[in-house]
Ligand binder design. Structure first.
Ligand code: DAT
Ligand code: MG
Length: 140
């Protein structure tokens, strides 16, 4: 069965959205294969997670944001879960995320030079899902 890796980011945990987000996963019929609260996340882990973004000018605030508080991480499984979870998350930029999506319902637009805080992460391909699951759960 297809699997994806997700993160409920520090803004989602701080704002008390964990239950709401897990409920949407369950209502959609996906199975939670793994679920963990990580009270701290290292900069090294986030840099590996976002290995394709570390050189970008907007990256330092993202690193700061992603290590700013507890996150909830897990593995979700089900048919077409990678694409479907991305659809449920909504667009990367809060101002472009449609109502009905998690980001469209909850993410606040960022100010200039602030990190985009968009509540959730989901793997964008089968290859990313495999890599991220190994990074977060098998190579601790
Ligand atoms: P997504 O989280 O929708 O998969 P991504 O993988 O391209 O988007 O980027 C990871 C995070 O980095 C994203 O949630 C917010 C931030 N980000 C991406 N592109 C950005 C940009 N052009 N400016 C500022 N932050 C950006
Ligand atoms: Mg991404």
């Amino acid at each position: 069965m297809e699997q994806t890796f997700f993160i409920i980011k520090p803004d989602g945990v701080k704002r008390g959205l964990v239950g709401e987000i897990l409920q949407r996963m369950e209502q959609r019929g996906f199975k939670l294969e793994k679920l963990e609260l990580r009270s701290t996340v290292s900069e090294a882990l986030i840099d590996q997670h976002y290995q394709d973004l570390v050189e970008k000018s907007f990256y330092p605030p993202i690193r700061q944001f992603m290590t700013s508080g507890p996150v909830v991480v897990g593995i979700l499984s089900g048919p077409k879960v990678i694409e479907t979870w991305r659809t449920m998350m909504g667009a990367t930029r809060p101002e472009e995320a449609l109502p009905g999506t998690i980001r469209g319902d909850f993410a606040k637009a960022a100010g200039d030079n602030q990190a985009i805080q968009n509540v959730v992460h989901g793997s964008d391909s089968e290859e990313s899902a495999k890599r991220e699951i190994a990074l977060w759960f098998e190579e601790k």
